[in-house]
Design a protein around this ligand. Structure first.
Ligand SMILES: Nc1ncnc2c1ncn2[C@@H]1O[C@H](COP(=O)(O)OP(=O)(O)O)[C@@H](O)[C@H]1O
Ligand SMILES: [Mg+2]
Length: 262
């Protein structure tokens, strides 16, 4: 299997003395065509990993290769092969869906003779054809999320990063985004890197997952492998077990109470 993303002791420290270790000596490989999930509690370092791999910030130590390109030296090449749905992205509300995609296409140097066709395909795939000329300010949250994912694909990158793609969506919109991600992986053959703290999203979509906590990778494998590694029956139990023993009792107690009360 071809390795598309490979991190090499990737680290990002913040604070005066570098005491906040957002990402700490991360070694990780993502294979071509897989949907990889980076799972971890709030503040674990997921967004920082995504920013590093998209050359938005530079590492303190270590490096990574994305489709063979070094994030330290080849940021232009890296950006050409990655698309990113950021955690809290900006949207130009006064543009229509079509205009927004046109604008993003221009930013990514998509040639003018192929851009209209690309936009049409994306609007169709994302079920937004009918609304193509409406201003984004009138879009629902779920529709906005779809147009942002479409924008991330405007230069047809082989790798798509999705940072918390469903966290702000209602269940129905979240389901739609989930189906879309599946379609992108299966039909369009994209390699997808998803960050989430929501277990079902990762559990359903991902071929393999990595769990990080305090910037360090603490588990890696398929959902089944992680359950076996931790000796737990569900990913939720495994996650709680390995990301913090203190909270474990409280959380499970709460769940048992709820179960007993029902
Ligand atoms: N620009 C920054 N300056 C200082 N600390 C930061 C910065 N970005 C992230 N951090 C810290 O790094 C840690 C990891 O953050 P983040 O990558 O956003 O986690 P996650 O996405 O898993 O919730 C947190 O402790 C966060 O406060
Ligand atoms: Mg985050």
């Amino acid at each position: 299997m071809k390795v598309l993303i490979q991190t090499d002791r990737l680290s990002k420290y913040y604070g005066k003395g570098g005491e906040i270790k957002a990402v700490d000596n991360l070694d990780l490989e993502v294979y071509e065509g897989e949907t990889f999930g980076l799972l971890g509690p709030n503040g674990a370092g997921k967004t920082t990993v995504v920013r590093l791999l998209n050359c938005i910030i530079k590492p303190t130590n270590g490096t990574a290769k994305v489709n063979g390109h070094d994030i330290l030296k080849e940021d232009v090449e890296v950006k050409r092969v990655t698309g990113l749905l950021a955690e809290s992205p900006g949207l130009y509300e006064k543009l229509s869906a079509y205009e927004f995609l046109e604008f993003m296409g221009a930013l990514y140097d998509v040639p003018g003779d192929i851009l209209p066709k690309r936009i049409d395909e994306l609007l169709k795939l994302f079920g937004l054809q009918k609304r193509r000329n409406y201003l984004l300010e009138g879009y629902s949250r779920g529709m906005k999320q779809r147009i942002l994912i479409a924008a991330a694909l405007i230069h047809d990158p082989p790798i798509l990063f999705l940072d918390e793609p469903t966290s702000t969506l209602d269940p129905r919109a979240a389901l739609m985004v989930r189906d879309l991600v599946r379609k992108l992986a299966e039909d369009a053959g994209k390699t997808i890197f998803i960050c989430s703290h929501i277990l079902p999203v990762v559990e359903e979509l991902c071929d393999r997952i990595g769990i990080i906590d305090k910037g360090r990778l603490i588990a890696l494998g398929s959902v089944d492998e992680i359950k076996t590694q931790t000796g737990k029956n569900t990913l939720e139990e495994a996650f709680i077990d390995i990301t913090g023993g203190v909270k474990k009792k409280e959380l499970l107690a709460w769940r048992e109470q709820r179960g007993a009360g029902a």
